[in-house]
Design a protein around this ligand. Structure first.
Ligand SMILES: Cc1ncc(COP(=O)(O)O)c(C=O)c1O
Length: 412
């Protein structure tokens, strides 16, 4: 049985039991949400005038808030018939309840459609954070009999997802294709029917700043019948056509099962999403506890996504500055003989023992640079480091100054 058959059968079973769920827009007097005191639909919103949202032409039903004063008893009919003229500024500041109850909102349909279009994917499902999206996706689709190969440096939320669903796990050495193939080959040879194989990796590693050999990983996975999940937390916005990430840059979209993207990093918003097939989205809506049993993100955040997305898509200039600053940083550190991984804007300067990393971080602080020391368990023992996060809006001169300061503090 294929993975898609597994999902179809599960969804058909739910339909048969009358338990199939789909996201519905709020309609009618609200006896559903958890907005017990009415503060969630306070109008005007406390965000008004402060929320960094520009007017966004939102359509559809389900506008939060009322048409004037506070409406603590929620007696106004919803959906509100007249969307407020300021668009995003008037969108609700509370998620109100789970998206499966009254927390769904027209703005999320728009956001998900826009994001799916960005990636050229069938579907997107918003979740509350990247941590939740990875843990929720993995723990929902991986079953205890399945087998998962996971890079040893994968983020804690991937580790958590695997802990929850308890598959047989194969932790492969960081970016080591030979080791990954060893695991896949051994597992594929004894694979019983119905057991799924997965490979999970980040595309740009959060603490090492290096890229996974994604093309090779996908080829290996295809050879041994495994499904690939890619966490694009640190690459979203910064790589690929219109910034949609490394999977899209490499043209691998149709060859991976799912990607996970977070808004809290380069996109400058909050929340996260899973990108994949319509069937996967449907399955998650019905099965993912991290969607079903938590309060939705506030609709105002959805307006923020709509505001941000076209700007990020068009901003090749920022991407160019970002990568150029990263090259400057790497070049100077290499010239000064420092040990650095990768070639991205995440620049890990590995210093070894914890006290050395803390000392150099403090010394940089005294020179006006906020660069934090990263120590175990965030990174392996003996690889305490500075994690320099380069930005597009750092003036190149400042990047050069920092690189020289890192070199001099690390060597002293
Ligand atoms: C690789 C990776 N995945 C996922 C996350 C979680 O994303 P969020 O901060 O949106 O929860 C992080 C955050 O640090 C991360 O580094």
């Amino acid at each position: 049985m294929s993975l898609t058959d597994r999902w179809r059968i599960a969804l058909d079973e739910l339909r048969g039991q009358g338990r199939y769920r789909s996201l519905r827009l709020p309609a009618g007097h609200d006896f559903t949400s958890n907005d017990y005191l009415g503060y969630g639909t306070l109008s005007p919103s406390p965000l008004k005038g402060e929320c960094p949202l520009s007017p966004s032409p939102l359509k559809g039903e389900g506008w939060g808030g009322g048409d004037g004063d506070r409406n603590p008893l929620n007696l106004l009919p919803a959906p509100h018939p007249n969307p407020p003229p300021q668009g995003g500024r008037e969108l609700g500041h509370s998620g109100l309840s789970s998206r499966l109850l009254r927390g769904h909102h027209a703005v999320w349909d728009e956001v998900e459609t826009a994001l799916a279009e960005w990636h050229g994917a069938e579907a997107v499902l918003m979740l509350n954070s990247g941590f939740t999206a990875n843990e929720g996706l993995i723990s929902t689709i991986v079953e205890p009999g399945d087998w998962v190969a996971t890079d040893e440096l994968n983020h804690a939320c991937i580790v958590e997802g695997l802990r929850v669903c308890r598959p047989r796990k194969f932790v492969f050495r960081h970016n080591d294709l030979n080791h990954l193939e060893e695991g896949l080959k051994a597992e594929a040879a004894k694979r019983p029917p119905g057991r799924e194989l997965f490979v999970v990796t980040e595309s740009l590693f959060s603490m090492d700043g290096d890229r996974a050999p994604l093309r090779d990983i996908v080829e290996l996975a295809e050879r041994y019948g495994a499904q690939v999940i890619v966490d694009e937390a640190h690459s979203t916005g910064c790589y690929g056509p219109r910034g949609s990430g490394i999977v899209d840059e490499l043209g691998l979209r149709s060859r991976v099962l799912a990607t996970v993207h977070t808004g809290g990093k380069a996109l400058g918003v909050c929340g996260a999403y899973v990108c994949g097939s319509t069937l996967l989205r449907d399955y998650l809506v019905n099965r993912c506890r991290h969607l079903i049993f938590t309060t939705a993100l506030p609709p105002a955040i959805g307006a923020w996504w709509l505001d941000m997305l076209p700007q990020v898509q068009a901003d090749d200039a920022a991407r160019t500055r970002l990568h150029s600053n990263a090259r400057t940083m790497h070049a100077i550190l290499a010239e000064r003989g420092l040990r650095v991984f990768g070639d991205s804007y995440i620049v890990p300067v590995v210093l070894g023992e914890d006290p050395q990393a803390v000392r150099v971080s403090r010394a940089l602080g005294e020179r006006g640079f906020d660069v934090r020391a990263i120590r175990p368990p965030s990174v392996p023992q003996g690889t305490a480091r500075l994690r320099v996060s380069i930005h597009a809006d750092h003036p190149p001169e400042l990047v050069r100054e920092l690189a020289e300061a890192v070199a001099s503090c690390a060597m002293s």
